[in-house]
Design a protein around this ligand. Sequence first.
Ligand code: PEP
Ligand code: MN
Length: 381
Amino acid sequence: MSTKGSITFHPRPFDQWGLGLERPLLIAGPCSAESEEQVVSTARAIAAGGQARILRAGLWKPRTRPGSFEGAGKEGLAWLQRAKAETGLLTMTEVATAEHVEACLKADVDLLWIGARTTPNPFSVQELADALRGVDIPVFVKNPINPDLQLWIGAFERLERAGLRRLAAIHRGFSWFERTPFRNSPMWEFPIRLKAAYPELEVVCDPSHIAGSREGIPELAQQALDLGLSGLMIEVHQDPAQAQSDAQQQITPAAYTKLVNSLLFRQALPTATMQDRLEKLRDLIDQLDEEIAQKLSSRMDIASRIGEHKRENNVAILQPERWEAIMQRQLRFAGHLGLSEDFVRDYMDAVHRESIRRQTADPDAVGVEGSPRSRANGLDP
Ligand code: PEP
Ligand code: MN
């Protein structure tokens, strides 16, 4: 996920968009526009709560498997127009093809987003950029479904080259093979790395698609705000149980308003002087260090358990080939991420030493550091 060190596009913060958007930007609305009544009454209830600036609603729904609700399509554009006229909320929808772009521009949709299944396809992103050439509509780019920072950045570069200047990111989590309590793993290090590389880029969090369930949303929303992200996009439906897509993760307008009222909004940071910039970056570093420490601690706990298990079963603990395999795997993996071989070796050796210390630290042992076992190489790491 290296950003290759160079600034490759030039994001502008909300206050340069000319729309009066402010941080935190609050975007709410149904996953899908399903009917005129559903869009308009959901929008009215959201507006009545006074906690959103933008109404989202998907008209063309990208579905992983065919056969489920694929959206109302063009017909729904008029519903968005009516919702806007009645509530004053700005409107926003997802575009995946040039045809979608054309229809949205004709219908005066205020903002667009590119979905997580479109961002990873450079052909599709280029098609959208070409269709948007010369039109300065704000575009939000969701992270690609897979954790690949370069693809995310590439989408911004394509849009900027087509002349778009009002660009922002939406962090909606990543598909990942590790078990996670959520539908998508948040992998906060990705939005953090993106902001570190492009401090002016507004990154909004979509806790609904990360959580995949109503219950998970508040914690993620608060975390996003604590990390200094620029706002939230939350799926809100007047009758979530009956929703034709993402029913488990949508919340009612009343629950949405209550949720936003319960969140702690950090003091807006003063505008970018050098010192502020430094502080923002230091906050990001502190957060990452905390996450790294948590992960290391879980890793050490597992190593201790392996140590216990081996002792109980009287199994030999010397396994140099296992350690070598881990080192090789890490060198390959970390190499892809732009980390140097020396650094990875030193770091992994330190991790190994600490694992060995833990594995040999049985309750009866005294002076573990100096015990002969701790000096043996290749304990199960
Ligand atoms: C959506 O916003 O409803 C959607 C389809 O999201 P994503 O592209 O993040 O899966
Ligand atoms: Mn959805």
